[in-house]
Design a protein. Structure first.
Lengths: 267, 232
């Protein structure tokens, strides 16, 4: 096995990096691929919470880097999916506890043991971002359909190009079809026009995402969730499959949503 | 005795001039020099003159990290190689000193003869300038690509964008009232010509090529018409 290292980053905070990491990892692991997630947000860890693994942490990323434990000991197996592992971030340290070369070394060690390494990047463009991007084979930039998030995504894409990690792939998260229809929200086309990068997926706004995060059960496992479907499609596209994009604009009204719920997974 | 390294004070900080040699050796010597004289360098902004070295982003990025790891800042890179200059610009490093230094003057004298008039130099940038990117050039700037919001272009002469111009642009930055800004879609966040600042109104409808220039001290934008003769 030679794992592909995928880093999920955004620049701006709160656009859904951690949620996306948890869901894509879940969706990949559900197809029997072996996935290791690394939470690179040292000091502000969240991925363990979203995956519902917080209470199982014994060792973390900084323990591995500083040699207090073996890599294996820091890998927490998911409670639902046997192929999914998490290396949590340290909560009591900060980004300077790890260097970009530490991350490269760590990922090289992991490469032969799994199919995917997903790195959840912290917000910002400083050390934490550089740590997260250093080992990446593919960088996925996530943004929301709002001006400030898109502006930051543009900056991040430029930095990724400068680090020769490009071309970045894009996920647009939390799009609301009704608002786009009314012209109150940037559409997928508006975002792509500015950023001009390859689109990996569009995830609709869905209350179930938040609910799943609170319960520590990513929505990607929910057959009937539209956002879950979007994340599953993203996972398949990462694996190289051609998957058509969900037609979110069709699901506008209540009736559309209901009929969607009755036809799980149909797109 | 390894390759020689010269250190000079310049307006922006310290200019470190690397001698001739292979990059791995020069790189090592540079780090050793910095370490040996760390008290002298502490907190300094460093301009590195790398001469003819061709450096890729990996090498320059690593060096930048190593320098910042020592509490110093790699501010800019001077080079004879366009590849290296390009790399430095991609990493957001300056590629010019703000005031001509001895090294730079020597460089321009050594540059191959051109038959361009003074002030007619231009730089061609064949890519999209994204947010956070700052391009400064004393001559004209031609961009084949978009200038996104949050990117800045500052030129001593004219700015021509074959694409969408949505960032901040400053033409005639050294006071040239004759400077113009043209773009296929002229919708900058802010447009400056010489000392004038304009905030163009949001345009509705289809984009059309336009040229902005100064008319009676005001910035005006006019649609591009065939046979338009401003340069002549």
């Amino acid at each position: 096995m030679t794992a592909k290292v995928v880093t999920i980053t955004s620049g701006k905070g709160g656009v859904g990096k951690t949620t996306a990491t948890a869901n894509i990892a879940t969706a990949l692991a559900a197809t029997r691929d072996k996935v290791v997630c690394i939470d690179a947000d040292i000091g502000l860890r969240n991925l363990d919470v979203i995956l519902g693994l917080e209470n199982r942490i014994v060792y973390d990323l900084v323990d591995v880097v500083e040699g207090r434990c073996r890599l294996r000991q820091a890998m927490i197996r998911d409670k639902r999916l046997p192929e999914l592992y998490l290396i949590p971030a340290a909560q009591t340290r900060d980004k300077t506890a790890v260097s970009p070369s530490d991350m490269v070394r760590l990922c090289d060690e992991l490469r032969n043991e799994c199919d995917w390494i997903l790195i959840d990047s912290p917000a910002g463009i400083e050390r934490g971002f550089r740590n997260a991007v250093a080992p990446a084979d593919v960088v996925v930039v996530i943004t929301n359909p709002e001006i400030s998030a898109v502006r930051d995504a543009d900056r991040i894409i430029g930095l990724i190009e400068a680090e020769e990690k490009g071309p970045a792939r894009l996920i647009i998260n939390r799009i609301k079809a009704e608002m786009v229809k009314r012209g109150d929200m940037l559409s997928t086309e508006d975002v792509l026009e500015l950023l001009a990068v390859d689109l990996l997926g569009v995830v609709p706004e869905d209350d179930k995402v938040l609910m799943g995060g609170n319960r520590g059960a990513p929505v990607a496992l929910e057959e009937r969730s539209l956002a879950g479907q979007a994340f599953r499609n993203i996972a398949r596209r990462l694996k190289g499959e051609e998957v058509p994009f969900l037609d979110l604009m069709k699901q506008g009204g209540l009736f559309g949503r209901l009929s969607k719920l009755l036809r799980p997974g149909g797109d | 005795m390894g390759p020689k390294i010269q250190i000079k004070g310049v307006r922006d900080g310290l200019l470190v001039v690397l001698g001739e040699g292979e990059w791995p050796e020069l790189h090592q010597t540079l780090l050793v020099t910095l370490d040996q004289r760390i008290d002298f360098f502490r907190g300094a902004k460093i301009f590195l003159d790398v001469g003819n070295q061709i450096l890729r982003a990996v090498e320059l990025g690593q060096l930048r990290d190593e320098i910042s790891g020592r509490g110093l800042t790699l501010w800019g890179v001077l080079s004879n190689s366009p590849t290296t200059e390009n790399t430095a610009q991609m990493l957001g490093l300056a590629t010019r000193l703000s005031r001509p230094s001895a090294a730079l003057q020597q460089r321009s004298m050594a540059a191959p003869e051109t038959n361009l008039e003074d002030g007619e130099e231009a730089i061609l940038v064949h890519r999209t300038l994204r947010s956070g990117y700052s391009l400064k050039y004393p001559g004209h700037v031609i961009v084949l690509g978009d200038v996104n919001p949050g990117a800045e272009v500052t030129a001593g002469g004219n700015v021509i964008v074959w694409g969408r111009l949505r960032g901040t642009v400053h033409a005639g930055a050294e006071g040239n009232d004759e400077a113009v800004v043209c773009a296929l879609d002229l919708a900058p966040m802010q447009l400056r010509i010489a000392g004038r600042v304009a905030i163009p109104p949001q345009r509705k409808g289809k984009p059309l090529p336009e040229m902005a220039h100064l008319k009676n001290g005001q910035v005006v934008a006019e649609a591009w018409k065939t046979g338009f003769k401003l340069f002549v």
